[in-house]
Write a protein that binds this ligand. Structure first.
Ligand SMILES: [Zn+2]
Length: 644
C-alpha cells in the first residue's frame, strides 16, 4: 500500500468514527406511489361535517371540561417528570391493565396531546373560529415550553434520554408533534416548523443514530416505549415537508432498534414477523400502529426482508378483522382470530389501523388498503359511536347483545370489566379512546385524496368532502357531493380559474357491479380515469350500482353488505345511565329488552330497498323463519351482524 492510500484509509477510518453515517452506503429507497396533501386541503362536507360539528359541541369539544385534571396537568412545562415524581391518580379503576403503574406517570401527555391533536384538526377543518382562537393560544403556550437546546417534552434534564425501563420520552413527543404538524401544514406558520425541527434535532442528538438504545427498556411492560416507535409518523411527515433524508434514515434506525430490543409489544419486531409460527399476541393498539413504522422503514430502506415482513404483517392483520373491519383489541390479541361475538375492538385500535392503512395506501398504492379504510371507518368506527348521544364505546363487538360493561354480558373472572359501554370519557378505564375518537374523522378525511406524479388527482377513499389544491400552478377545487355510503351517487364539481388538463382518478369499489356515468372513462388498476381538459366549472356525475352481498367473516359466519355498508339486525335495549360527567355527558349502558338471535338461511331472499336489507332468517328462540329488516351497523347499539 502506498503512502497516499494509507493516508486515505486513515482519513476514512477517522471519518467513520466521527460521522459514521456519511460513509455508510445510502439505502435504495422504494418509490412511493402517491403523495399526501397538506393537512387542511381536504375538508368535510355533508353528513361528515354535521357529525364533526356535533362532536365539537359534544365530547370532542368538551373533554377538557370533563377531565380538567388530566388535560391541564402541566406535564410538558412546570410539571415535567423528575426522579421523585409519583404515580399519578388518573381516576381510573386500573382493571385489566398490563402490569406496571409506571405508565401512569406519562399517561396524561398522551391524553392531552391526542385530545389536542383531534381538537386542532376539527377546529381547522370546520373553520370554527372560537375553537381556532383556543388552538392558537395552545400553540403559543406549548412552544413557550421548549428549552434552549430544542427539548420539547415531559422530562426534566436529569431524566431525559436516560432510561432503562418504561418511559414516555418518544411517545409524549409523537402525540404532541402530530398536532403541531397539522397546525403548521394548515397555517404555514414558520415558527412552528422551526420549533419542530429543533425538537426532532434534539432527539437525534441525544439518541444518536446507530449509537444509542432508545428502545432499551428492560424486561417489564413497556407500552410507552413501544408507542414511541410511532415517532416515525413525525419523521416521515417532516421528510415529506422538508425533503431532508436524515429523517428517513433515523426512522429506519428506530425500527431496527425496536426490533432488536426486548419489548412487551413485540408483534412488529422483525424476527417475530418472519417467524411463520408466530401469532399476534400483544396490545392491539400497538400492533396496528406499528404497521406505520414498518411501512416507513420498508420504503426508506428498500430492504427485501422488510418488504417480505410487510406483506406477512398485512396478512396477519387481515386475520384480526371482523366483518365490520374491527381489529381485535380487547385489549390483547392473544393469538386469536377475529370472531363476531368474542373478539372486541378498542376505539384506539380502530383509529390506529385506519391511519396505518392510509399510510400503506400512500406509499404502496395498495388498493385493498383504501377499501379497508372505508370498511373500518363506515362500519366498525361509526358502529362504535352512540347514534343518539355524544359518546363512544371503548370496546365493542360486531354482535353486541349487551353493553353494560362486560363483553356481551359475560362474567369475567377477577376483572371488573367496564369497557363495553358508551361514555364521552371512559375515565374509569383510561382516557385514550375518547381523544382518538376525536382524531379519527380528520385523519380519515386526509385519505380522501392523494396526488400522483403525473398530475393526477386520486379520489381514493370516497366521502362527502371538498378538496382545494394547486395543479400546474393553478388553483383547483373539487367538491364531492354525496351522501355516501348511505347512497352511492356522486357529483364531482370541479372549479378552476381557467380550463385545465389533468387526470381525475376515482376508486371504483370492488362491490360496484356497474358504473353509471355519461362521461368517457378508462379503468386503470381499479380506478376510473377521466383524462381530459376540464372546463372552469366542470361536473361529473357518477353512480356505483350495488347489490346485496352475502359474505363470510374469519369465523365462516355470514354477514350482509350493500355497498360499503355492513348491515345488522338491531335489538331494542333498556338504557341505564351511569356516571354523569356534566349535563348531557353521561355514561350509558344498554340491556337487551327481548333477547333474540337469528340463524342464517340459505334461501334468504335478501334484497335491498330504501336503506334496509330485507332477509329471511331463522329466529333461534321460536325456531321459525321470519322476514327480518337489517339496518347499517352505524345506526345500531345492540345488534347481530354475523349469522351461523
Ligand atoms: Zn383506547
Amino acid at each position: 500500500m502506498n503512502k497516499i492510500q494509507n493516508k486515505l484509509t486513515k482519513i476514512s477510518l477517522l471519518l467513520m468514527l466521527i460521522i459514521p453515517n456519511m460513509v455508510e452506503a445510502q439505502p435504495i429507497r422504494l418509490q412511493e406511489k402517491y403523495q399526501r396533501l397538506p393537512f387542511g386541503s381536504i375538508k368535510p362536507m355533508g353528513w361528515i361535517k354535521d357529525q364533526m360539528k356535533k362532536d365539537m359541541a359534544g365530547f370532542v369539544g368538551n373533554l377538557d371540561k370533563l377531565v380538567p385534571d388530566l388535560i391541564n396537568d402541566p406535564i410538558y412545562s412546570t410539571g415535567r417528570l423528575h426522579k421523585n415524581s409519583k404515580i399519578k391518580d388518573l381516576g381510573n379503576l386500573k382493571s385489566g391493565d398490563a402490569a406496571g403503574d409506571e405508565q401512569y406517570k406519562w399517561w396524561n401527555s398522551e391524553t392531552q396531546s391526542n385530545w389536542w391533536d383531534g381538537y386542532i384538526r376539527n377546529a381547522l377543518l370546520l373553520d370554527d373560529q372560537p375553537a381556532i382562537e383556543k388552538v392558537k393560544q395552545r400553540i403559543t403556550n406549548i412552544l413557550a415550553t421548549q428549552d434552549q437546546d430544542g427539548y420539547l417534552g415531559i422530562y426534566d434534564k436529569e431524566l431525559r434520554y436516560k432510561f432503562a425501563s418504561e418511559n414516555g420520552e418518544l411517545w409524549s413527543k409523537t402525540t404532541l408533534y402530530r398536532g403541531l404538524l397539522a397546525y403548521y401544514e394548515y397555517t404555514h406558520d414558520d415558527t412552528v416548523l422551526r420549533a419542530l425541527i429543533r425538537a426532532v434535532d434534539n432527539v437525534m442528538e441525544n439518541y444518536p443514530i446507530n449509537h444509542s438504545q432508545p428502545f432499551y427498556s428492560g424486561n417489564d411492560f413497556s407500552g410507552g416505549v413501544a408507542h414511541g416507535l410511532t415517532f416515525t409518523d413525525i419523521l416521515d411527515r417532516l421528510h415529506q415537508i422538508t425533503g431532508n433524508p436524515v429523517y428517513l434514515n433515523y426512522a429506519c434506525f428506530l425500527y431496527t432498534n425496536f426490533s432488536n430490543n426486548h419489548s412487551s409489544e413485540k408483534d412488529a419486531q422483525l424476527k417475530n414477523i418472519l417467524d411463520p409460527a408466530y401469532k399476534f399476541d400483544c396490545h392491539g393498539a400497538h400492533t396496528y400502529e406499528h404497521l406505520r413504522p414498518l411501512i416507513v422503514a420498508t420504503f426508506s430502506s428498500g430492504d427485501p426482508d422488510l418488504q417480505k415482513a410487510l406483506k406477512i404483517y398485512c396478512d396477519r392483520i387481515r386475520c384480526s378483522l371482523t366483518a365490520t373491519g374491527g381489529p381485535i383489541g380487547d385489549e390483547w390479541i392473544s393469538g386469536r382470530k377475529a370472531n363476531g361475538t368474542n373478539t372486541g375492538y378498542e376505539y384506539c385500535s380502530i383509529h390506529e389501523l385506519t391511519d396505518s392503512y392510509s399510510l400503506l395506501f400512500q406509499k404502496s398504492g395498495n388498493y385493498a388498503a383504501a377499501e379497508a379504510i372505508e370498511t373500518i371507518f363506515y362500519n366498525a368506527a361509526q358502529g362504535s359511536r352512540n347514534p343518539d348521544h355524544s359518546s363512544i364505546a371503548y370496546l365493542k363487538t360486531d354482535n353486541s347483545y349487551e353493553m353494560a360493561g362486560t363483553r356481551n354480558g359475560e362474567v369475567e373472572v377477577d376483572k371488573k370489566q367496564t369497557r363495553y359501554k358508551y361514555s364521552p370519557v371512559h375515565q374509569d378505564v383510561a382516557v385514550c379512546c375518547a381523544p382518538n375518537a376525536g382524531r379519527i374523522t380528520p385523519y380519515f378525511l386526509q385519505s380522501c385524496w392523494f396526488t400522483e406524479r403525473d398530475n393526477s388527482l386520486v379520489a381514493s377513499v370516497l366521502a362527502p368532502n371538498v378538496l382545494e389544491t394547486k395543479l400546474k400552478g393553478q388553483k383547483v377545487k373539487i367538491e364531492e357531493i354525496t351522501d355516501y355510503p348511505y347512497n352511492n351517487l356522486f357529483e364531482f364539481r370541479i372549479f378552476s380559474e381557467k380550463p385545465i388538463q389533468f387526470k381525475l382518478k376515482i376508486r371504483k369499489p370492488t362491490w360496484a357491479v356497474l358504473v353509471k356515468t355519461n362521461e368517457h372513462y378508462q379503468i386503470d388498476n381499479g380506478f376510473i380515469v377521466f383524462d381530459r381538459e376540464f372546463e372552469k366549472n366542470a361536473r361529473i356525475k357518477i353512480e356505483f350500482l350495488s347489490q346485496v352481498e352475502i359474505k363470510k367473516d374469519m369465523n365462516c359466519e355470514r354477514f350482509f353488505k350493500y355497498g360499503a355498508l355492513v348491515f345488522a339486525t338491531p335489538f331494542a335495549g333498556v338504557e341505564q345511565k351511569g356516571r354523569i360527567y356534566a349535563e348531557g355527558f353521561e355514561d350509558r349502558m344498554y340491556f337487551p329488552k327481548n333477547m333474540t338471535s337469528y340463524e342464517f338461511q340459505e334461501r334468504n331472499e335478501a334484497n335491498y330497498s330504501e336503506g334496509k336489507i330485507h332477509v329471511l332468517l331463522k329466529n333461534k328462540v321460536t325456531g321459525k323463519v321470519e322476514k327480518v329488516e337489517l339496518i347499517p351497523v352505524a345506526k345500531t347499539i345492540l345488534r347481530q351482524v354475523t349469522f351461523k
